[in-house]
Design a protein. Structure first.
Length: 233
């Protein structure tokens, strides 16, 4: 004799599983991403309708807007990609390390290095320090802020030098310093701009490799249960 269900129709097991799967989705993050996209397109519409900035100039590729060849700025764009690679990798790793049982000493340099790369990437994309005067902030003040961030990152990295491929960091800082010196010297000889940008690109790539290698060693350490493992790349 079957047991009464009180007049309710039992749901198939598959329906229960699907309902549970839907309820367990990260809806808060889903809504956050959706809201961010809506806010961004809303900003574009506001700038277009209220401030008179044609949305064409906001959504199209800069070279397409200026009717220039696609290769314009490719060396600078590659540098931005390396800024983003180093920044996103190190920030993601630092976030993961926050959830480990034992604190990893590489969290601070990864966090500061990620912030440095993220800030530099945005600056290279939108030329913040060149146009900071428009909001009343001298360029020298912005550059001083970047310098302080670099010093804080280098100090944090020095404290864990034995756990990292520090030669990458030392080379990166040397090239970035040379690029800054060439920029400050305001040289007028042929090839001076290329020299400055080459030094900068070398510094960016070595920094990205340094942060990626440190991230790799920190994550590998978590798998091995050894927080002090040396980098493998």
């Amino acid at each position: 004799m079957q047991r009464s269900t009180g007049g309710r129709i039992p749901l198939p097991t598959s329906s229960i599983v699907k309902a549970a799967s839907v309820s367990q989705q990260p809806w808060q993050w889903f809504l956050l991403v959706l809201a961010a996209n809506v806010a961004l397109i809303g900003l574009v519409v506001f700038l277009d309708r209220v401030l008179g900035i044609d949305n064409w100039n906001l959504v199209r590729d800069p070279n397409a807007i200026a009717n220039q060849p696609a290769y314009f700025g490719f060396y600078s764009n590659l540098g931005v990609l390396f800024w983003i690679t180093g920044g996103s990798t190190s920030l993601f790793t630092a976030l993961c390390l926050q959830h480990t049982e034992e604190p990893d000493p590489r969290i601070r340099p990864l966090l500061l290095g990620g912030l440095l790369c993220a800030t530099a990437a945005l600056d290279d994309f939108f030329m913040f320090h060149e146009h900071s005067y428009l909001i009343g902030i001298p360029e020298v003040v912005v550059m001083a802020g970047y310098a302080l961030l670099i010093v804080a990152f280098a100090a944090a990295a020095f404290s864990v030098a034995r756990l990292t491929n520090w030669i990458y960091l030392a080379t990166s800082l040397a090239f970035l310093a040379l690029s800054t010196l060439v920029d400050m010297a305001d040289l007028t000889m042929p090839g001076s701009v290329l020299l400055e940008e080459a030094f900068k690109f070398f510094g960016i790539t070595f920094l990205a490799v340094y942060l990626v290698s440190m991230s790799f060693s920190a994550i590998t350490a978590g798998f091995k249960g050894d927080r002090l493992v040396r980098p493998g790349i």
